[in-house]
Design a protein around this ligand. Structure first.
Ligand SMILES: [Zn+2]
Ligand SMILES: [Zn+2]
Length: 831
């Protein structure tokens, strides 16, 4: 048998095993594995290749890889692929600065990522690797776009967009927080542009309801629910008689309709300038659009607005009320118009005070305080059963909760409203006026309108351009030869769409492509996706809790409705990892506290880096990096290696089978560790406690080593314990796990089933039971690990030292903490 060097040369051991895995393509998995065999799809969110991998990547893939290994050895066929989310702004901005094609810098970065992932020993099926900027991938992104277009789920409309004047691109709301560009900090401006949208709002209810069917962290589901923002209420139609136009509003409080004293449109509302296009209104609208939705929605923000010089009619009482444009009303909510009820809404109240508008109370407090206008200094928002309607015609005296359906029903009878549901979720704006993205496969023809590029002409490849910088239009527009085409429908002169797609489109279906990554005929074969989907375990950062996960869920549902998929949810189970901080702060270049995985892998080996990152604390929590901690984990792995070499040298190889004879404590410890690690990985994702259990086992091996080596049966048991440590550490430190296992058995650990604990040896384990009298420690007794509470109490009661302390006293209460202690509460005169 091959004997190892007693020194732990991590780099040598790691490259030895990496070569074997690479040469033998160990982690590749075929789609057709025969019949009933259980399969599992373990997936980490695909990396965005920029520069080199960071510590967050190391954490994500260390978690995913531990699960993939654990499941494989449990006899499950595991799909564990890798790819790259390769389009996007950083590469493009780099190209603008340097003139280097974004493809070149992106592919250089991909090369770096691939190298590092290999050096970490991550068990990837490399035969399925792809990057989203490759035409063989984005051909299918375009194909999916066209299927959604045919279905009316991709459409174009003019919309007010947030615009970064520096980056010269449209920003999503979440990229424009606090009114500045997330990327460069430039104040955001407003623009009206023809934009492409996906109709994700058609799926609002399904996206909400199906959250109940997935096993995801509660806080992620809550964030998704809030983002969808479903609320029930009524749609009420106000009419501008002068123009003959109806303005529907959504309200959750139709009971307050009689209190509406003015009417407000959001600055983005398409009708604002039609109602009044004076310079003061135009000016106000332009300024308002640059501010962030968050700021505008703040209750305490000073209210501003401009009167439009028009009125609408309140359908319940026929009153003409004035119209305003004001930025506290957002186009993103409801219809972008509101009925203002200052007596019962604080923002309306503040606006009414500022513009000296009437405030009419229509819901009276339960305690019947004064209802006159003068008495009101704040909006009154209560509307429970105690509150009753006043100044509300036929509804006077009705409790507010009853008035909501009653007023709605009345509106419905009159044809002036109906019960309605409103969502915060808006359609997904996917157009980007940028170069480095997937071209939108549409041709604009003056005669035919928007025409789909035929499937057999896909992909529409990105043209080469000289200048990547957007100049208020997409850089693709400069590629005149590319832009000019014949209309696929009428053959006449036409022009290509020059916008590219939001990169979130690319990442909304990549997990499907992994199932059948080399398919040239279709984005995937049905049997392949049926085999693997849904993803059984998805792993990534909580920063993707809203957008990426929402978009991927929408794609999955839409593709399912197109009969291209069976599943309606892409990710059955989700794990969100915590962040790695350093010196208590997020790592960032500006703080100068960034450390790279590469340095640690080079210095200590990948196994140390991987184990440390999982040992730092619970994987779903943030944890602070410590070099001392890295050193400690490295010493543990070195100790395990030294132990394996020594035991391999000093014990006969045949002894690797389950040993006969009296079980030594270390054998029980090995079974305890099997049991604990199995539970911690499989049920709890508690990797740090699993590693701690393996450390305990290794410590016990050292403690008992000499006495065990002195006897034949003991040596065999020690050998078993060390083999077990290697086997259990394999999902976390695959190279060392494989090395230790091979040293002692000559076999390959990943070809072995996951070890199973022997229940008898588990039951035979003991622990030290603490016995207290009135909370004071009086004795420690040995108890079986599986002792019942009654048995623990019996053992404690049998202690002579305890008996001495109980002398003369009466036990009034016994507290048993299972597996830890028994405390007798005694009255009388315990000594
Ligand atoms: Zn910017
Ligand atoms: Zn045409």
């Amino acid at each position: 048998m091959q004997r190892g060097d007693a020194r732990y040369e991590a780099r040598a051991i790691e490259s030895k095993w990496q070569d074997i895995w690479s040469r033998e393509r160990t982690w590749e998995v075929a789609n057709d594995g025969g019949g009933a065999e259980e399969s599992s799809y373990v997936l980490e969110m695909l990396p965005y290749p920029s520069g080199e991998p960071h510590m967050g990547h190391l954490k994500t893939y260390s978690i995913g890889d531990a699960l993939a290994h654990f499941r494989r050895r449990a006899g499950v066929r595991v799909l564990h692929p890798m790819g790259y989310d390769a389009f996007g702004l950083p590469a493009e901005n780099h190209a603008i600065r340097t003139g280097r094609h974004p493809r070149a810098s992106t592919e250089a970065s991909i090369e770096q990522f691939r190298e590092e992932f290999r050096s970490w020993g991550i068990s990837i099926d490399w035969s399925r690797e792809f990057a989203t900027h490759e035409p063989s991938y984005y051909r299918w992104t375009q194909w999916i776009f066209l299927r959604l277009f045919e279905r009316g789920l991709a459409y174009r409309k003019e919309a007010a967009v947030k615009w970064c004047p520096k980056d010269e691109t449209v920003l999503a709301n979440e990229q424009a927080k606090d009114g500045v560009c997330e990327r460069c900090g430039t104040p955001v401006e407003a623009r009206q542009l023809e934009q492409w949208f996906f109709k994700i709002t058609d799926y609002a209810d399904a996206l909400l309801d199906d959250l109940e069917t997935v096993d995801w962290p509660g806080h992620v589901r809550t964030m998704q629910r809030n983002w969808i923002g479903r609320s029930e209420g009524a749609e009420v139609v106000f009419r501008c008689e002068e123009l003959g136009v109806d303005y529907p509003v959504f309200t959750t409080r139709p009971d307050t309709l009689f209190g509406a004293t003015f009417f407000v449109l959001a600055p983005e509302h398409p009708d604002v300038l039609r109602l009044n296009d004076s310079p003061s209104v135009r000016d106000y609208v332009n300024r308002a659009l640059a501010a962030s939705a968050e700021d505008r929605g703040l209750e305490q923000r000073e209210k501003t607005g401009v009167a439009l010089g028009r009125t609408v009619t309140n359908p319940v009482n026929g009153e003409e009320i004035p119209m305003f444009v004001a930025d506290y009303v957002l186009m993103e909510y409801g219809t972008g118009a509101i009925m203002a009820v200052p007596a019962h809404d604080q923002r309306d109240f503040d606006f009414a005070r500022r513009f000296d508008l009437p405030i009419r109370r229509v819901v009276e407090p339960a305690d019947g305080e004064a209802t006159g206008e003068a008495a009101i200094d704040r909006a009154f928002v209560e509307h429970s059963t105690g509150e009753r309607l006043v100044n509300s015609g036929r509804f006077d005296g009705m409790p507010a909760p009853e008035a909501i359906p009653a007023v709605t029903a009345w509106l419905s009878e009159q044809g002036r409203g109906r019960a309605a549901v409103s969502y915060r979720l808006r359609d997904w704006l996917l157009s980007r006026q940028r170069y480095w993205g997937c071209p939108i496969p549409i041709v604009h023809c003056e005669r035919c309108g928007e025409v789909a590029v035929p499937d057999d002409q896909l992909p529409v490849e990105l043209p080469e351009v000289d200048d990547y910088a957007p100049r208020g239009r997409s850089p693709l527009a400069a590629a005149e030869d590319w832009v000019r085409v014949n209309c696929p429908s009428c053959g006449g002169a036409a022009r290509r769409e020059t916008d590219t797609m939001d990169t979130f489109v690319d990442s909304s279906w990549y997990f499907l492509r992994y199932c059948d990554a080399r398919n040239d005929e279709a984005p995937w074969g049905r049997a392949a996706v049926d085999r693997w989907m849904p993803v059984d375990q998805y792993i990534g950062g909580v920063e993707h809790a809203i957008l990426h996960l929402m978009y991927a869920r929408f794609f999955c549902k839409a593709l399912s409705d197109l009969d291209l998929l069976d599943v309606r949810e892409p990710f059955a189970r989700l794990f969100t990892q915590g962040m790695i901080t350093r010196g208590g702060a997020k790592m960032s270049k500006s703080r100068g506290n960034v450390i790279s995985p590469r340095d640690y892998v080079e210095r200590f080996g990948a196994d140390t880096a991987r184990c440390y990152i999982l040992f730092m604390g619970p994987a779903d929590q943030d944890a602070d990096w410590s070099d001392e901690g890295v050193g400690g984990v490295h010493r543990f792995l070195a100790r395990l290696h030294r132990l394996a070499v020594e035991v391999a040298d000093r014990t006969p190889a045949a002894a690797s089978d389950e040993p006969p004879g009296e079980a030594a404590p270390v054998l029980r410890k090995a079974h305890w560790a099997i049991d604990k690690v199995t539970f911690d990985i499989g049920e709890r994702f508690s990797f740090n406690t699993a590693l701690a259990a393996i450390m305990e086992l290794v410590n016990d091996c050292y403690r008992e080593k000499e006495s065990l080596l002195a006897s034949g049966g003991g040596a065999a048991q020690l050998r078993f314990a060390v083999v077990t440590a290697g086997s259990l550490v394999f999902p976390f430190a695959p190279h060392l796990g494989a090395e230790v296992y091979e040293l002692l058995t000559g076999a390959r650990v990943w070809e072995q089933g996951w070890p199973e604990a022997d229940p008898e040896l588990l039951a035979a384990g003991t622990f030290e039971l603490i016995v207290q009298v009135n909370g004071k420690l009086r004795d420690r007794v040995e108890a079986p690990s599986n002792a019942s509470e009654a048995e623990q109490e019996r053992l404690a009661r049998a202690s002579e030292r305890v008996d001495a302390h109980l002398d003369g006293g009466e036990i009034v209460k016994t507290v048993v903490v299972p597996g830890r202690l028994v405390n007798f509460v005694v009255r009388g005169q315990p000594r």
